[in-house]
Design a protein around this ligand. Structure first.
Ligand code: BMA
Length: 316
């Protein structure tokens, strides 16, 4: 497969953005960073919607084809009024990721409060009723992505604890999805690269014959503020803390007007992707923290991009 160097590997849908606040039937400020899954033949996005006060809730959008979505009239999940969640969600619930695992959909999201950001877990089987299972990290931690199956008998997640002034991608294990440990660092920022200052998992890992394909985001601070780009890495199937290869070049970088301009400009940020038959992947992503867009990629091409460009060397 020829490399398309100098261009994004992810191809944008020509009708982007696919969801803006015009599609949301209730008053809100922005809609962005949606989790993605399928319920039978139906495409489901769990949208992060920021209300007029600046607090985020989740709402469901449905589609028959993955391109045209309609948003439910009411939010699906709002910051909880019940303890222990109430204290830790008072500033909103953010950036959900959905993983289908053992017959249920697990939603890992960021609970945000004056104590900072921490991970929480919720379960649904029908996207009608939701059961909050627990707060599953201390602050400061976000970008939690659950793997879609147990590995060596344990549940696994990627996350992004913030330590030493650096945001790197870590991995933890659990026997019950509630208590997590044996944490280790998986991927670090790369000085001089597009992902020099902060990285985090974006879509839950996708299993391929070559390894777990992880679409992640990387941040580079510039004199005009941060730029959020998207990259890919391949993790070992049996030991997902081992990075097999990682793209030196982003797979998607903000270029279009709707990615450049919004509440937070120069941001492409995915929380979900859907594997289609024939090795194609639909990547849903928030643009400029203001709308939701769709991009396509060929999985083999993404993996090639990881392999060809990977050297993992710090440029400094
Ligand atoms: C990150 C997250 C995302 C957001 C991004 C850009 O820290 O909070 O939800 O899209 O910043 O503002």
């Amino acid at each position: 497969m020829p490399m398309r160097l100098g261009r994004d590997v992810v191809e944008r849908w020509y009708k982007n953005p696919i969801i803006t606040i015009e599609h949301v039937p209730f008053a809100c400020n922005t809609v962005f960073n949606a989790a993605a899954t399928k319920l039978g033949d139906e495409y489901i996005l769990l949208l992060r919607i920021e209300d007029l006060a600046g607090r985020s809730v989740f709402a469901l959008a449905r589609s028959e084809d993955g391109y045209h979505f309609s948003v439910d009239p009411q939010p699906a999940l709002e910051p909880s009024k019940e303890e222990p969640f109430r204290s830790y969600e008072r500033r909103g619930i953010e950036d959900p990721r959905i993983t289908y695992l053992e017959g249920a959909y697990y939603i890992m999201y960021t609970a945000y409060s004056r104590y900072g950001a921490r991970l929480a877990l919720c379960r649904t089987t029908d996207f009608k009723t939701y059961e909050r299972l627990g707060l599953i990290s201390e602050p400061e931690n976000k970008d939690g992505c659950l793997f879609p199956r147990k590995i060596n008998g344990r549940y696994v997640r990627l996350d992004r604890p913030y330590g030493g002034g650096i945001g790197n991608i870590w991995l933890s294990y659990s026997d019950d999805l509630l208590h997590w440990g044996d944490s280790e660092v998986v991927m670090t920022t790369r000085g001089g690269f597009w992902d020099a200052d902060r990285i985090g998992a974006s879509a839950p890992p996708i299993e391929t014959e070559h390894g777990w394909l992880e679409i992640y985001h990387g941040v580079k601070n510039t004199s005009a503020g941060p730029i959020y780009r998207m990259g890919a890495a391949l993790l070992d199937l049996d030991n997902p803390a081992k990075v097999l290869c990682r793209s030196a070049v982003p797979i998607l970088t903000p270029r279009e007007y709707y990615e450049r301009v919004g509440d937070v400009g120069n941001v492409v940020f995915s929380c979900g992707a859907i594997m289609e038959d024939g090795g194609k992947i639909k990547i849903y992503y928030g643009a400029a923290d203001t709308c939701i867009c769709l991009g396509f990629a060929d999985v083999e091409m993404l993996i090639d991009r990881c392999r060809v460009d990977s050297d993992g060397e710090d440029l400094e």
